[in-house]
Design a protein around this ligand. Sequence first.
Ligand code: BGC
Length: 393
Amino acid sequence: MVTRLNVILTLFLLVAAFSCKQSTHSAKQPSYSIDSLIMEHLLPDSTAFADTVDGKEVRIYYLENHRGMAVAITNYGGRIVSLVVPDSSGQPADVVLGYPSIKDYLSDSSTYLGALIGRYGNRIAKGRFTLNGKTYQLYINNPPNSLHGGHHGFDSKVWEARQPSDSVLELTYVSPDGEENYPGTLTVQVTYTVTDSNALEISYRATTDKPTVLNLTNHAYFNLSGEGYPSIGNTVLQLLADHYTPIDSTLIPTGEIAPVAGTPLDFTKPMPIGQRIDSPFIQLQYGHGYDHNFVLNKPAPDSLSLAAVAYSPVTGIEMKVYTTQPGVQFYSGNFLDGSHKGLAGKPYVRRSAFCLETQHFPDSPNHPNFPSTLLNPGEIFTSQTIYAFGIHQ
Ligand code: BGC
């Protein structure tokens, strides 16, 4: 009798424990789906991205996990179009800037919204560098300099895409020898992965058949208060960088590696982005706000380390950025001008988003004291960046 009672009691407790676990678990499940996010304009509609560009098929890919994160990426420029994570009340928020259709991307050649950048992220002075005694002249698309790969950088290429699972997208682009006047056939693979811990991991791999230079990054514009929220002024940012590379009036590094201490570029402690952005500091005037490469404090070169932490007091959403790269370009969206509208129909006004472009330093081929951006045949370039999301505690 006692044994039977025990068995019944144990069974009851097991059932109770199981249903309790189930309900806790299901409480954490997002109550939204890709389809509902499309309806709410938090993810783009696939039909608005179905197109042919340069004779190649363009489309949108949706990546998701089971924890409420969904990311839309198009193989046109490998661009992140939207990135949805839960806010502090469990509601979905799109925290990157993105356009509703491929046509919008094709008609904007200057903001690089969400794009993969190459061959060379950021500026090369006067578009010129010398490698093994030969001088290469690049296209000057940001006078007097070359910016983000020149006339038709990787942001405007149609990448080969393969989606091996719901959470992974593999993109490949083979840049022919001499494209944009860069030497060597460069084969680039970028893998986007949405992890179960609500992170977007970006892995880069590149090989060449001739010595060349490269600097690959992603140009996502974040607004942790939600895409279309008019300002990032109250977003709190911390950068794990004691130094930065000062620029001249054309935004080219002077070559100096200067301490941030005592300047409005000191984000070593969390600080609202807007607090000092208009200070009378010449570097901020050159950048029209923040547009600087920060030299990351690295425990060891090429190690995956925390680069930045940012959060929005509006949504509570926090983003941590980890990277193997030596630098990060913190750009405060100074050149957004409200002329483009995003997925939810709101204009993207000045300083309504920020970029944290993990990278090698701008103009490195002209600064031997900067970490090298040279890639030789037989070498494999790899790098990894993780944008991890949670709620600020
Ligand atoms: C650069 C800015 C530039 C922007 C292009 C950033 O990476 O640092 O100067 O205006 O990209 O939209």
